[in-house]
Design a protein around this ligand. Structure first.
Ligand SMILES: NC(=O)c1ccc[n+]([C@@H]2O[C@H](COP(=O)([O-])OP(=O)(O)OC[C@H]3O[C@@H](n4cnc5c(N)ncnc54)[C@H](OP(=O)(O)O)[C@@H]3O)[C@@H](O)[C@H]2O)c1
Length: 254
């Protein structure tokens, strides 16, 4: 059975990936993962493809065991893996609770790696792996510190993994967009004791559009898809300009 596994499919970017992959006709079933079961059930009712909703909290290591058990039982051929589950919290180091700070590391980093390692044995030549990073990966961001650091990890991890997987013919792309519309990201991010520290989320692109670009970029063999010319310029600037200047610009625009 050919399947796609998409984490964070209950809303936003992950949901957009699920909808796009369902249209490819390349898989028999989607396995969609997030905590909110009712959202996953709604997605399943909307798509014209078999969907297996897996209501799992990826911040809990028992969820990875559950996924591993299912994979062992079904032995599917995983054609797509999209690791989109993740969240950010606006605020300085002392504005966030320990739970908020470490939670970002648990979901954005630890769970992403754990899911990748659990699923890779079931991927084969031609399979496609998308690790969802962010343009915040390109430089440190005061006021969005841990989130940006988790995404820097995702970018670095994915770029090296791409090389490690070359012999297996698995196409790996790190997806690092700017702000995205049609997501619940900001609602979650501002819900801290100092969520107004980041006020401007401009310019934001449509999540479905960027999911399309990411799928195309992966087919074209791109290691990193940013989504939009402004993000590409941002990526170049972060490479060329000194770190203090980039952080100064962020302070002005945030
Ligand atoms: N929106 C942006 O501007 C933007 C820009 C660049 C990158 N990104 C990245 O895009 C990815 C998707 O975010 P989004 O923008 O689509 O935000 P979103 O609408 O809030 O979606 C986040 C998804 O992650 C899931 N999730 C969060 N914590 C989880 C947990 N502990 N266990 C399982 N699932 C969990 C959520 O599902 P439940 O709540 O149902 O568990 C939801 O499906 C994230 O990695 C984010 O960092 C977003």
């Amino acid at each position: 059975m050919k399947i796609a596994i998409i984490t964070g499919a209950s809303s936003g970017f992950g949901k957009a990936f699920a909808e796009k992959i369902a249209e490819t006709g390349e898989v028999d079933e989607l396995w969609v993962i997030a905590r909110r079961a009712e959202r996953l059930a709604r997605l399943a009712s909307e798509l014209k493809i078999a969907v297996r909703p897996l209501a799992l909290d990826l911040g809990d290591s028992r969820s990875i065991k559950e996924l591993e058990r299912l994979l062992q039982e079904e032995k599917p051929n995983v054609r797509y893996l999209v690791n989109a589950a993740g969240f950010g919290k606006f605020g300085n180091y002392n504005d966030l609770t320990r739970k908020e700070s470490l939670g970002m590391i648990d979901v954005n980093v630890r769970a992403l790696v754990a899911v990748t390692l659990a699923v890779l044995p079931y991927m084969s030549r031609g399979s496609r792996l998308f690790e969802i990073g962010s343009s915040s990966a390109f430089q440190p961001l005061p006021g969005f510190n841990i989130y940006a650091a988790t995404k820097a990890f995702v970018l670095s991890y994915t770029r090296a993994l791409r090389w490690e997987l070359r012999g297996r013919g698995i196409h790996v792309t790190a997806v690092c967009p700017h702000w995205l519309r049609g997501t619940e990201f900001f609602k979650v991010a501002i819900d801290t004791s100092n969520g107004i520290l980041v006020k401007h989320w401009w310019p934001a692109l449509d999540a479905a559009l960027v999911a399309n670009w990411a799928l195309l970029g992966n087919k074209l063999g791109l290691a990193v898809v940013t989504g939009g010319p402004h993000t590409f310029i941002h990526r170049l600037a972060a490479k060329l300009l000194p770190s203090w200047l980039i952080k100064g610009i962020w302070r002005l625009i945030r």
